[in-house]
Each structure stands twice: as structure tokens, then as C-alpha cells.
Design a protein around this ligand. Structure first.
Ligand SMILES: [Zn+2]
Length: 486
């Protein structure tokens, strides 16, 4: 009885939320509410869907991979390039179709101190372009590793996870929602509607993504949609549900990432509708329960929502062109995880072991965590700025340092001393290896002074030792370096 009362309460709350919600009735690609507002049952109250498009005929689906053909294509990548790929499942759809992922890396399945990126296609069943281009992407990387510098960089320096379809049931049914007719991009916990946190009411596909994000420690990601041509970034919703620019703490970084995609695209950045081919989600039209904002808030994963085709379900003959238009964008976005941002590891000074500390940037109210295994962190940041990078961990003294982030990535390790949190500033490593601005010079001096002193003392000690030994054994031809090896 307690359970049914709980369920009743939940449904009442859903109805209340529905009453207060005012989602715009706009038939756009990230999703739209049913303009008629007639939810047929409680389960779809929050997720009124567009009517199934009767134009998706058998003729139109011709040339697209069926779900079973897609599975064969996924496994074929694994067979063709077993050394740099791994096929695994993150769960099953409502109708039992396996949600298969292709991981691409020179050490697939192994944990490394490297960033991880994920691409998710076919979130909406009636937007099938993403699943096709993602198979192309996997095959292209498989074919071009050690031939193309960008392919090699991605394979060797990061882990790329590709989920071609998140909604195979919706695809088979030629509709937006999954087998339960739920819009999966409205099914995630939402920052503005705590009611949506009810985990038991998530769809199996949504739960699979949530568990995946908790396990894999992604740095950034993108989901692929159709119906527009634009790179969309957080926030997707606004606090008062109004259509307005509502930027997240990392707005600048997100605009940079979205621009990496749009500028590398054949014509996305030339958009007449979206300046530069990018848009803030809430500015375009607010949605709630989307995957993008949840990734950023709960996974520390910088996710974009990419609309890669003006037509949701184009003729299959157009797929090769759409792939070509998006190829460099997808590669450059993934590679930006390695080429830009701040990367490093966090260690405990007393044990020397890596620790899963937190990394923040002064003035930006977001936090990412270093990995448990290697203490490595990978922080996306817009280049061309000064940043104060702060590492902290409970039971350790906080450390901070300033960097000038130019176009190239900066490496920065932290060694935290046990004790209470403090504001001590010390930079341990900065492999920027380039001409430094004033700000960086300050740190070069500050950070390396101790290192220089330490090296100097070592040299003096070795010199004294060498002098003593050489005066003792002048008849032997010992190398003066020998004592160093002892
Ligand atoms: Zn979509």
C-alpha cells in the first residue's frame, strides 16, 4: 500500500508540474511539446511527443541500417581493428536491444591517465543520421590509425566511446520516443525540477546512460540529433522557464567547444538562424530533463547537443555528404580534449600515490574530479585566458596556481600536503614549453625556484662526494658519475 500511495503522490506531482510547465510548442529537433497538449496517459504527461511522422515510409528507410545490420556493423569494426577497439554493452532498450558501444583507443578497456570522450547517436528514434555517421566515424578511425595524424592522436591519447544508437526501439518504430513512447531527452534528472530525480521512473535507456557516466569518467561528449544545423550548449533550461540566454558557469568554454564543431563543419558556422552556428539551449528554446545539462552537473562531463542535419530523416543517398560535412567537426571536437585545456595528475605528498582530488578554476563555479586510479584530471577551458587552477582534497592542503592558457594544452601536476585546507600556492609542473607572458613568468620563477635550489644542492653534494672518492682512488679510472648510480 505504501508503494501505491507513493506512486499516486508521484503522479499527482507530475500533474502539478505539467500544470506549471509552459514548454514552447515548437516543433524543433531537440524536442518539442505536443502542441495539442493531450497526454494520453500519466506516463507521457511530461513528455508529450510530436505525432509520428507518416512521411517516414518504407521507401525513406531504404538504405539505412536496420538495428540488426547496425549491430553487425558495430561488431565488424571490432573484428577489423581488434587492437584499437572494444565492443561492449551498457544495457538494453525496453524491447531488449543491446546498447552497444565501440571504444576506440590504443589500449581499449584499460584505464589510462587520458581523457575520455563519448558520442551518442539516435537519441530520438526518428533522427537516424547520427547512428549512420557514427559508424562511419568508427570505421574511419579504424582505417586511418597510423596513417592520418588526427586519427593517430585520438587513438593514442584518449579513449573515444561511440554509442551509435541510444534508442533502437524508437528507430524501429520510426518515432521520436522509445518503446514506452518516452522522449529520452526529457527523461534525465533536471536541476530545476527535483521531482524528476525519481530514479525508478527513468527509462532503461536513460538509466544505462546514467550508470555509464558514473563508471567511465568522461571529460566531454556530444549527442547527435537532426532537424536543424547548430551546436547547442548548456543550459538547456532556464530557472523561470522563459526563453532567454541562460549560460552555465563554463559558458565561455562551451561556446569555444561549440565553435570548434561549427567552424570545422562544411557550413554550420554560416548559419543565418544561429550566429556562428552555435546556440545556448535556453535561448533557442528551453527544455527540461535533457541529457546535456545532466552530464555537466552530475558527471562533470562537458556535453554538447549537435543538430547535424536540417532534415530529420533525409534520403539515405544524402548520408555520405552529411558524413563528409561533419567528419572534421567530429574529429576536431574529440581531439580538442587533448589539444587544449589543462591536464595533469594530483598526488598525495606523504605517500606519493595519486588521489581523486577536485579541480576548480577561480571565478568559475564548477568542479571536476581527478580519476581514482591515476589521479589524472582533464579540464576543458577556453584558450587565450589567464586562469587560477585550484586542486583540493579532503584531508589535504589546497594548492592553487595561475596559468596562461594559450592555444595549446597545459600540463600541470599537483602534490598535496596532508593537513587542513589552505591557500598555499605552488605549481609543480607546467609543460607549456613556450614563450610566457608576464603572468606565467611569475609562476616560472615561483615554481622553479625551489627546484633550482634542490638541483643545486644535489650537484654540490655530488661534487663533494666525487672529490673525496677521486682523491681516494686516483689510480682507478672510475667514472665520476659512478656514485650517482649507487
Ligand atoms: Zn533530437
Amino acid at each position: 500500500m505504501a508503494i501505491s500511495r507513493h506512486r499516486l503522490l508521484f503522479l499527482l506531482l507530475l500533474l502539478l508540474l505539467r500544470a506549471f510547465s509552459s514548454l514552447p510548442a515548437q516543433a524543433a529537433a531537440r524536442g518539442a511539446s505536443d502542441p495539442s497538449g493531450t497526454g494520453e496517459n500519466f506516463g507521457s504527461v511530461l513528455r508529450n511527443l510530436l505525432q509520428d511522422d507518416p512521411r517516414i515510409t518504407d521507401e525513406l528507410t531504404h538504405g539505412y541500417m536496420s538495428n540488426s545490420e547496425l549491430e553487425i556493423a558495430v561488431r565488424a569494426v571490432g573484428s577489423r581493428c581488434p587492437n584499437i577497439s572494444r565492443i561492449y554493452s551498457i544495457g538494453k532498450s525496453v524491447n531488449g536491444f543491446s546498447l552497444l558501444v565501440i571504444e576506440i583507443s590504443d589500449k581499449p578497456g584499460e584505464k589510462e591517465a587520458e581523457p575520455a570522450f563519448k558520442f551518442i547517436g539516435n537519441v530520438h528514434g526518428d533522427e537516424p543520421v547520427g547512428r549512420e555517421v557514427l559508424i562511419n566515424l568508427a570505421n574511419w578511425l579504424c582505417d586511418n590509425y597510423l596513417k592520418d595524424p588526427l586519427a593517430t592522436l585520438i587513438v593514442e591519447n584518449m579513449h573515444l566511446h561511440i554509442l551509435p544508437t541510444m534508442n533502437p526501439d524508437g528507430f524501429a518504430l520510426r518515432r521520436r520516443g522509445n518503446a514506452n513512447n518516452v522522449d529520452l531527452n526529457r527523461d534525465f534528472p533536471d536541476q530545476f525540477f527535483p521531482i524528476n530525480d525519481e530514479i525508478d521512473y527513468r527509462q532503461p535507456e536513460t538509466r544505462a546512460i546514467m550508470n555509464w557516466v558514473k563508471q567511465e569518467h568522461f571529460t566531454a561528449s556530444a549527442s547527435l540529433h537532426g532537424g536543424a544545423l547548430v551546436a547547442n550548449y548548456p543550459w538547456d533550461g532556464s530557472r523561470d522557464q522563459s526563453k532567454q540566454y541562460y549560460g552555465c558557469p563554463d559558458d565561455k568554454t562551451f561556446r569555444y567547444m561549440a565553435s570548434v564543431y561549427s567552424k570545422s563543419h562544411y557550413n554550420m558556422s554560416l548559419s543565418k538562424e544561429f550566429k556562428g552556428g552555435i546556440t545556448n539551449g535556453a535561448f533557442w528554446y528551453p527544455i527540461y530533463g535533457g541529457m546535456q545539462d545532466w552530464n555537466y552537473i552530475h558527471g562533470g562531463c562537458f556535453e554538447l547537443t549537435l543538430e547535424i542535419s536540417d532534415i530529420k530523416w533525409p534520403k539515405a543517398a544524402e548520408l555520405p555528404v552529411i558524413w563528409e560535412h561533419n567528419r572534421m567537426s567530429m574529429l576536431n571536437l574529440a581531439a580538442s580534449l587533448v589539444k587544449t585545456g589543462v591536464h595533469g595528475r594530483i598526488f598525495a605528498a606523504d605517500t606519493g600515490h595519486p588521489i581523486p582530488g577536485s579541480l576548480t578554476i577561480k571565478g568559475i563555479g564548477s568542479e571536476i574530479r581527478a580519476s581514482r586510479t591515476y589521479g589524472d584530471y582533464h579540464r576543458m577551458l577556453a584558450p587565450g585566458e589567464n586562469y587560477e587552477v585550484i586542486a583540493s582534497m579532503e584531508g589535504f592542503r589546497t594548492k592553487a596556481t595561475r596559468i596562461l592558457l594559450e592555444e595549446e594544452a597545459v600540463s600541470l601536476d599537483f602534490i598535496l600536503d596532508p593537513g587542513e585546507a589552505s591557500g598555499e600556492v605552488k605549481m609543480l609542473r607546467n609543460d607549456c614549453g613556450c614563450l610566457c607572458g608576464d603572468d606565467r613568468l611569475f609562476h616560472m620563477h615561483g615554481a622553479h625556484l625551489e627546484l633550482y635550489l634542490f638541483v643545486f644542492l644535489i650537484i654540490i653534494a655530488l661534487y663533494v662526494l666525487f672529490k673525496r672518492r677521486t682523491s681516494k682512488f686516483t689510480i682507478h679510472r672510475h667514472s665520476p658519475r659512478r656514485p650517482i648510480a649507487v
